[in-house]
Each structure stands twice: as structure tokens, then as C-alpha cells.
Design a protein around this ligand. Structure first.
Ligand SMILES: [Zn+2]
Length: 148
């Protein structure tokens, strides 16, 4: 049986396993049993600048990158885990971990709002697209989303 067969019935081919997820509190790790529905990383190997670290206002995914995981727990709730990494001196890693039973809220957690603009960054969109392939409710929420 291939992945498409399983997905089309709304089940998931992904095993429930134990995950240890970093939290915003650097001293605390959350242990959950969950399926990984989708994950992405925006990390790049090549820097986009010649300075040792990315200049202010410059975008370099070798200096700063984000890792996103969308998981489904054994209690059928969704977890959205994001880790914003940085190698720039003076900056610290940013971690968010949110749990919800609403697929619409999963989409909401992945959009950004800046000056009345609502958008979904590419790594978020890719993680959500991957997760949608394994979860019908999430796919519907993603399709019906108000943001492009
Ligand atoms: Zn860089």
C-alpha cells in the first residue's frame, strides 16, 4: 500500500512515536507521543554576504533559519512547533510550541500579520502542504484559508 492509498482514506501512514520538543523555556523540554505530519527547515548552507555574519536588514538563511514541525498527538490534537535559529552574536533562538484541536487554528498559527498584511511564509506553507497530505481536516482548513 502506498502513501496515496492511505491518505485518500483520511488515515495516516505515519507512526506515533515519542518526540522531545524544545519549548520557549530553555530549561524545559516537552515530551509528547505524536505523528509528524509535516516538517520543513529553511536552512541554507551558503551565506548571501561576505561579512562574517548577516548585516542588519539582510536576509541570509545560513545565519538565520526556521524549523517548523506540525504534529498530531495521540489525543488527536495538533502541535505546531517552530524554532527560529540564529548564529548571529547577540541573538537568541526563538521557540514556539502551540497545541490546538482546531485545524483552522493550525493555519492561523502559521500566518504572519504585519501592517494589515496577512501572509504565510514559504517554510510554513511547505510544512502545511506536507501535513495536509496526511490529514483531511487540515487539508480542508488550508484550502479554505483566507490568506494566500
Ligand atoms: Zn549568513
Amino acid at each position: 500500500m502506498n502513501v496515496t492509498d492511505i491518505s485518500s482514506r483520511g488515515a495516516t501512514p505515519l507512526d506515533v512515536r515519542e518526540w522531545q520538543l524544545e519549548t520557549a523555556d530553555a530549561n524545559r523540554v516537552e515530551t509528547v507521543r505524536a505523528q509528524l505530519l509535516g516538517a520543513t527547515s529553511s536552512e541554507r548552507e551558503r551565506h548571501t554576504h561576505s561579512e562574517p555574519y548577516t548585516p542588519p536588514g539582510w536576509k541570509c538563511s545560513a545565519c538565520r533559519w526556521i524549523e517548523i514541525k506540525i504534529l498530531k498527538t495521540e489525543y488527536d490534537t495538533y502541535l505546531v512547533h517552530t524554532v527560529g535559529h540564529t548564529t548571529v552574536p547577540g541573538e537568541t533562538k526563538r521557540v514556539t510550541l502551540d497545541e490546538t484541536d482546531s485545524p483552522d487554528e493550525v493555519v492561523e498559527l502559521l500566518v504572519l500579520r504585519r501592517q494589515r498584511r496577512v501572509y504565510m511564509p514559504t517554510p510554513s506553507a511547505r510544512a502545511l502542504a506536507a501535513a495536509s497530505a496526511h490529514d483531511d481536516a487540515l487539508r480542508d482548513a488550508y484550502r479554505d484559508r483566507a490568506v494566500a
